[in-house]
Design a binder for this molecule. Structure first.
Ligand SMILES: Cc1cc2nc3c(=O)[nH]c(=O)nc-3n(C[C@H](O)[C@H](O)[C@H](O)COP(=O)(O)OP(=O)(O)OC[C@H]3O[C@@H](n4cnc5c(N)ncnc54)[C@H](O)[C@@H]3O)c2cc1C
Length: 396
């Protein structure tokens, strides 16, 4: 795959015209599954050079950014003025373009939704090099086909975002030990719709037992000047020791490399709908019986989804399992996990996927025919593609 790193819209448009009929894959920081931003035959456009924050009003939280700006750079600028990213994915290494294309979400999904909820508009370049502004009000079908659309509707150049203003108080991180899956589910449910909750994730290594980390906004309480974002509160000695180890997993990007390649982990990220909660215990049971325990698991509560047909979150639970690659029996066990997920009406995250096939995606994403119809209008020549899109039949 040829790879180009354009710095301006014009360069991208020229490339599209020059590469007439050749397939194009767009990439940001490559933190999603590798298949989603690679293409065996075609041209890769690395958008990390388009990384300006064009406008940021910390009072209203309105921002206008180029697609290649990283969430970390945006968060740092925003936090200085008391704003935070409304959606807090575990890693801030990805770009805004990638966050829109994967419709990424964080541990506050029930209250904040996924990334697309905070996008006001998108400037999208089509295969002919023309730029159109999409918004939920003026072009809802095209806008939502692009959110979670894995870069297959065009190139996201810029976006208008609504950040969250949190006032002057620093959010505080609390850590609670959870000793069972039932307790983890209960704690996450309790936190889910609290307005003060910015993030809640259970980090566990075995069957639901682990730590629940949650970040809360402290209203009306003046914190010492030394208080910092993510300050920990109420952590016992024992817990703190364990936290230091898990903390590396919380922001693996801080280790300076991309994930999941860093750990050589195979990531399985599934959503289980509400009402099928017992599937979580069945998955843990299956992994235990097959002796392929994940090295790290996160469990998050998901709230209502959005109109994006390929968006991953649905009301229920997001379970992310991370395994060392090459573990004996892993592929067969994960196929059994997939069957349980499908039986429960759940789905796998396209942004993390490395094995789903076309029937699997069609079964998990009932909005797929509608998405195809809109994508066909937006990219009739199927210029935008990726290895993931070809494997899963999103692009024929
Ligand atoms: C440790 C870790 C934990 C994570 N946990 C979660 C999680 O809990 N929930 C979650 O949702 N995500 C999670 N992610 C995934 C991550 O948040 C997203 O993958 C990230 O936002 C993608 O950004 P990127 O710049 O790396 O995109 P890339 O990985 O480079 O690309 C991802 C997709 O977006 C497309 N794309 C990228 N930029 C553009 C553009 N400008 N225009 C059009 N298409 C584009 C690509 O073609 C590709 O299909 C996690 C990632 C890490 C590293």
């Amino acid at each position: 795959m040829d790879e180009l790193r354009p710095l301006q819209d014009e360069e991208i448009a020229e490339t599209l015209l020059r590469k007439n009929a050749s397939r194009i894959v767009v990439r940001g920081c490559g933190t999603a599954g590798q298949d989603s931003w690679s293409l065996n035959e075609g041209t890769g456009l690395d958008l990390r050079g388009l990384n300006g924050v064009l406008f940021l009003d910390r009072r209203s939280g309105l921002a206008e950014v180029e697609a290649g700006v990283t969430l970390g750079a945006l968060a740092t600028l925003a936090e200085r003025g008391g704003c935070v990213l409304p959606v807090r994915p575990p890693s801030l290494r990805g770009t805004v373009g990638g966050a829109i294309a994967t419709d990424c979400f964080g541990g506050n999904h029930p209250s904040a939704g996924s990334f697309g909820h905070q996008v006001l508009w998108i400037d999208l370049m089509n295969a002919r090099g023309r730029v159109h502004r999409l918004s939920p009000e003026t072009t809802p079908e095209r806008f939502w086909a692009t959110v979670g659309g894995m870069g297959l509707t065009g190139i996201i150049l810029r976006a208008g975002l609504r950040l969250q203003t949190v006032g002057s108080a620093a959010p505080v991180r609390r850590t609670v030990r959870v000793d069972s899956l039932d307790l983890a589910v209960q704690q996450l449910n309790e936190n889910a719709f609290s307005g003060e909750n910015l993030n809640s994730t259970v980090w566990t290594q075995r069957g639901g037992r682990g730590l629940m980390e949650s970040e809360h906004q402290v209203q009306g309480q003046r914190l010492p000047r030394s208080a910092r974002w993510g300050q920990r509160e109420g952590v016992g000695r024992d817990t703190r020791r364990r936290l230091a180890r898990l903390g590396q997993a919380l922001h693996p990007a801080e280790l300076g490399q991309s994930y999941p390649g860093l750990f050589g982990l195979v990531r399985h990220h599934c959503a289980i709908p509400l009402g099928a909660d017992t599937t979580l215990a069945r998955i843990f049971g299956l992994l235990k019986a097959a002796r392929v325990g994940p090295v790290l698991t996160t469990l998050q509560r998901l709230g209502a989804g959005n109109p994006a047909p390929l968006s991953f979150p649905l009301p229920g639970w997001a379970l992310a399992l991370n395994f060392p690659s090459g573990r004996a029996g892993l592929p067969a066990t994960l196929a059994d996990v997939d069957a349980l997920v499908m039986q429960a009406g759940g789905r796998l995250h396209l942004g993390q996927d490395s094995w789903l096939d076309a029937p699997g995606v069609a079964a998990m994403y009932p909005g797929l025919p509608g998405w195809r119809r809109v994508r066909d209008e937006m990219d009739p020549g199927r210029v935008f593609a990726s290895n993931l899109a070809i494997r899963t039949g999103l692009v024929e």
